[in-house]
Design a protein around this ligand. Structure first.
Ligand code: HMG
Length: 387
């Protein structure tokens, strides 16, 4: 049995209530709260990036697992900071991991964390003593003033894939779907993504549907034999849309209560963090596991989507005794502790990118996390412990 043994998260230091940007965007806050299913989004401090968020998420995991146990670190992101060097190598140093570790970065929009999980599972199948650390870390940025702006966010999920996992035992069937579509992308010269919002929703639904059909063809469970569904959540309403889509495809008429029970407990963190791209579906899983309900023995699906587009649908079972491995009170604390900022302060932060001189700059000390990005000197990024 192989799967997820430990799971932790980190997010930006600040939060903004979406009502705080609604006036400037000429929208009723209800459009964001109900229409998109989002209440807040996390905003990063000047000295935070995907490395500091990823390392912060992974720190409690390596402290629990033991540094010598990790032999592979897979870093999934679409907020790359270098065309060559993996963000994971900076994290490897910040976490004080030993040198005998394989480190690599993976990219395919929001999907690559799930590819990382599958690659990790294959490594563990070959050597069951191995623990693989997967880190998914992203900062979602769209043009200010665009309709995509309320679907930004920032977050990281870190997890270990091991034999005899404590949190989720993966089943072998996996459904895949790839199609070359321009729904969302970010060329190298841009800080913000280009997106065709409404067609991205159709592309997502088509890809998740295709992945689910393939999952069934590969011997995966019936829709009716899956208890809970963790979807990629660019905004949490998307999970409901996807669930209805798969139910219709499976010829199942979902009543309100069933839909709410199968999907809503996965939304608690993403509703407050916003889109965290690669981390989003694993924050959905974390919210579900942290929820009060006892999920022992239940089958949980992971439906992963990355624009461009690749989707994967797979499932796993929650082992007995999983609750003792959770970090629910820490996770709630992380979200509750974020100071709220107003629209002016948020806009000032968003406008720091791109830098006038990207080869040399210093950042102010703001983060509340364990690591900070101190700036760039002669094109070298400087990372250090924050406390
Ligand atoms: P929009 O056009 O401003 O919004 O942009 P809308 O007019 O479609 O309204 C949104 C919802 O609010 C609708 O609900 C309205 O009815 C409702 P729906 O019909 O869809 O159920 N609404 C209201 N509800 C209550 N009170 C009101 C009210 N007014 C309207 N007063 C859009 C929305 C999501 C397109 C935009 O924010 C966007 O472009 N976001 C970015 C793209 C995105 O998130 N796409 C999702 C699929 S692609 C994906 O997930 C991949 C991604 O994560 C990237 C990656 O893979 O790397 C993005």
């Amino acid at each position: 049995m192989i799967g997820i043994d430990d799971l932790a998260m980190a997010t930006g230091t600040y939060r903004i209530d979406l009502a705080g940007i609604a006036g400037r965007l000429g929208a009723d806050p209800a459009k964001y709260y109900q229409g998109l299913g989002q209440t807040e989004m996390s905003v990063v401090a000047e000295d935070e990036d995907i490395v500091t968020l990823g390392a912060a998420a992974a720190l409690p995991i390596v402290e629990r697992a033991g540094r010598d146990q990790i032999r592979t670190l897979l870093f999934a992101t679409e907020t790359g900071i270098d065309q060559s060097k993996s963000a994971g190598v900076y994290v490897h140093r910040l976490l004080d991991l030993p040198p005998n570790v394989r480190v690599v970065e993976l990219k395919q929009a929001c999907y690559s964390s799930t590819a990382a999980m599958q690659f990790a599972a294959a490594l563990v199948a070959r050597n069951p003593a191995e623990k693989v650390l997967v880190i998914a870390s992203d900062i979602a940025r769209y043009e200010l003033g665009s309709s995509a702006e309320p679907t930004q966010g920032a977050g990281a999920a870190a997890f270990t894939v091991t034999a005899d996992p404590a949190l989720l035992t993966l089943e072998p069937a996996a459904g895949l779907f790839t199609t070359d579509v321009m729904d969302f992308w970010r060329p190298n010269h841009r800080v913000t993504a280009i997106v065709d919002g409404h067609s991205s929703i159709s592309a997502y639904l088509e890809a998740i549907g295709g992945a689910f059909d393939d999952y069934r063809a590969q011997g995966g469970a019936d829709f009716g034999a899956i208890d809970r569904f963790c979807y990629h959540q660019p905004f949490t309403k998307m999970a409901r849309k996807a669930h209805q889509h798969l139910a219709e495809r499976s010829g199942i008429e979902l009543d309100r209560e069933t839909l709410a029970a199968q999907v809503d407990p996965t939304m608690g963190y993403n509703r407050r963090i916003g889109n965290s791209y690669t981390a989003s579906v694993y924050l959905a899983l974390q919210a579900l596991l942290d929820d009060q309900a006892d999920l022992s023995g239940e089958r949980v699906a992971i439906a992963s989507y990355g624009s461009g587009a690749v989707a994967e649908f797979l499932a796993g079972t929650v082992p007995d005794g999983y609750r003792s491995a959770l970090r629910n009170s820490t996770n709630e604390q992380i979200l509750a502790d974020r100071p709220q900022i107003d629209d002016d302060s948020y806009l000032a932060r968003q406008r720091t990118m791109p830098r006038d001189d990207p080869s040399n700059y210093t950042t102010g000390h703001e983060t509340r996390g364990p690591f900070r990005f101190a700036g760039v000197r002669q094109d070298q990024r400087i990372y250090q412990a924050a406390r």
